[in-house]
Design a protein around this ligand. Structure first.
Ligand code: GRF
Length: 195
């Protein structure tokens, strides 16, 4: 299976995904793209020998469809079987999502369905939750709403702030996403629960 990964920043999840696709793994990373030409993850991907591209979303202003058409052009050229969103921070509309129906994954830093959207850790702390985590799900047109493919849980500690909690969750993201991708690439969509 051919896997394309979309990032917006450091790409720590992308690095773990690329590193996992070796040996008898059923998938290989064929492309890493970003909406930001300066995304630090693009350099990391190139250093790992993966082709990269960037489509800056800013010149498109509010024209999401035009931005997505450009993104789609680059993606389709690589003929991916699976697209992984990993720290990709642009909302994708129904037309784009439909192109990858059932084969686009995303990782979200909360225990969905709780805390869809942004600032998930601050919201969990604010709510006085005792646990947090991350979710890998299939991407559907509704934001952070698709079928769950995996989740990992972490405790929230009394002294936590959003940064310490984010760091604890990120460690689990780096374990969860590669494990879920390997199963998904083998055609196994049964949800994986870690911790
Ligand atoms: C992280 O906060 C992660 O929870 C979310 O996107 C952010 C950046 O991830 N998925 P990455 O380091 O760019 O993979």
């Amino acid at each position: 299976k051919r896997v394309a990964i979309l990032i917006s920043g450091g790409g720590s999840n992308m690095v773990k995904l690329v590193e996992s696709m070796v040996g008898d793994h059923p998938a290989r990373a064929v492309l890493v793209g970003s909406n930001d030409a300066n995304a630090a993850g693009l350099k990391k991907a190139a250093e790992m020998g993966v082709d990269t591209f960037a489509v800056d979303h800013r010149p498109f202003k509010g024209d999401r469809e035009a931005f997505q058409a450009e993104l789609l052009k680059h993606l389709k050229a690589a003929k991916p079987d699976i697209v992984c969103l990993a720290g990709f921070m642009r909302v994708l509309t129904e037309s784009f999502v439909r192109e990858w129906d059932g084969r686009m994954l995303n990782i979200h830093p909360s225990l969905l369905p709780k805390y869809k959207g942004l600032h998930t850790h601050a919201r969990a702390l604010e709510a006085g939750d005792t646990e947090a985590g991350c979710t890998v799900h299939l991407v559907t047109p509704a934001l952070d709403d698709g079928p769950i493919l995996g989740q990992a849980r972490v405790p929230i500690l009394p002294e936590d702030d959003a940064d310490t909690l984010a760091a604890r969750v990120l460690v689990q993201e780096h374990k969860l996403y590669p494990a879920v991708l390997e199963r998904f690439a083998r055609g196994d969509t049964s949800p994986l629960y870690l911790g």
